[in-house]
Structures are given as C-alpha cells and as structure tokens.
Design a protein around this ligand. Structure first.
Ligand code: IMP
Ligand code: MG
Length: 179
C-alpha cells in the first residue's frame, strides 16, 4: 500500500471484477445502439481504459474537461467547460464515464447542457457513488460501488493531482491533508 494511505477501501481485484460485470451489462444494453463514451477528464480515464477494453460492442470515445467556478462572488455550483468534445453528439447514445458522483452538481450541469445537443440518449456510468452528499437529483445508470462519505484517492481520483495512478481506491492518512 502507498505510504500516504491509511487504508485501502476497494482493492484492485474488486475494481477489475466489477468493471467486467459493468462492461457485460453495457455491452448487452447497447448492442443495437451507437455508443459514444464521453469521458470527463481527468478522473475518468483509468475507468474508461479498463471498461472499454472489456466491452464486446463497438464504441467511440471523446473527452471533455470541466471545472467548478470558484470565483470570489460565485458559489461554486456553476460548472465551466474547459475542453469541449471534438465531434457533435446528435443521434448518439452517450454514456458519460465518471470516477465519482459526490454532490452531483458537475453531472447535473453537464447532462442538462448536453441535452441541447440532441443525443439520442444520455446515461451515466460512474465507478463510485457517494450518495450521502448528494445535492441534486442525479443518479447513475451504472455504478460500481457505493461508498461512505470519505475523501478517497486512487484509480483516477486525486488529491492535489497525486495518487491517480494507484490501481486501488484508498483513504489518505490525516497528516497528509494537514501537511
Ligand atoms: P460533484 O458530484 O459535482 O460533487 O463532483 C464530483 C467530482 O468531484 C469528481 O469527478 C471528482 O473530481 C471530485 N471528487 C468528489 N469526491 C472525491 C473524492 O472523494 N476524491 C477525489 N475527488 C473527488
Ligand atoms: Mg472528476
């Protein structure tokens, strides 16, 4: 285990086996559709890489990067697109790939925004769900694990851009936050 962590809450084996299960379900549900996996940078990339390699159907992939406005006047519930998709999504079956849904504001904004671009369908696939902190009505259509209200890192999730490369999900030691 990485020395900055105090515990691993989801092991690499559990993540990989859950991804196979999700990929099987998605392959079944989208077999007659035109699947576009829309990945939200940067946290969703590990999940995309493993999930897409377990699909048995054709898919295309596109990326988007968003950030919360944190200007002094605005409460940080506005979301700004910093990198948009390269191609239109009209008539595509869009599946948003996320690392985690926390209060849900990012996805709430994004799904509303993307609906104007007239996709045929739009669904959400997240590896982790932290429902205790939800402040919107957003629910994942596919979810790997429900987790308690703890800040987690690893497998795409970061603290100050670190730990994304860990193959498991863990909780940091208290002293790492304070240092
Ligand atoms: P929300 O659902 O709008 O609150 O935003 C979710 C985003 O916040 C995720 O895509 C992550 O980038 C970040 N986030 C939320 N919870 C955690 C966590 O426990 N660890 C690391 N990043 C998190
Ligand atoms: Mg994210």
């Amino acid at each position: 285990m990485h020395p900055d962590l105090k515990e691993i809450i989801i092991t690499e084996e559990k993540i990989q086996s859950k991804i196979k299960e999700l990929a099987g379900q998605i392959s079944e549900d989208y077999k007659d559709k035109d699947l576009l996996m829309l990945v939200i940078l940067r946290g969703g990339v590990m999940f995309l890489a493993d999930l897409s390699r377990n699909l048995t159907i054709n898919t295309s992939i596109d990326f988007m990067a968003v950030t919360r406005y944190s200007g002094s006047m605005t409460p940080s519930n506005e979301v700004k697109i910093i990198k948009d998709l390269d191609k239109p999504i009209e008539d595509k079956d869009v599946l948003i790939i996320e690392d985690i849904i926390d209060n849900g504001k990012t996805l709430s904004f994004l799904t509303e925004h993307l609906k104007h671009r007239k996709p045929r369908s739009i669904k959400i696939c997240t590896l982790l769900d932290k429902p205790e902190r939800r402040k919107t009505s957003i629910q994942p259509d596919y979810n790997g694990f429900v987790i308690p209200d703890k800040f987690v890192v690893g497998y795409g999730l970061d603290y100050k851009q670190r730990y994304r490369n860990l193959p498991y999900i863990g909780v940091m030691k208290q002293e790492i936050y304070s240092s």
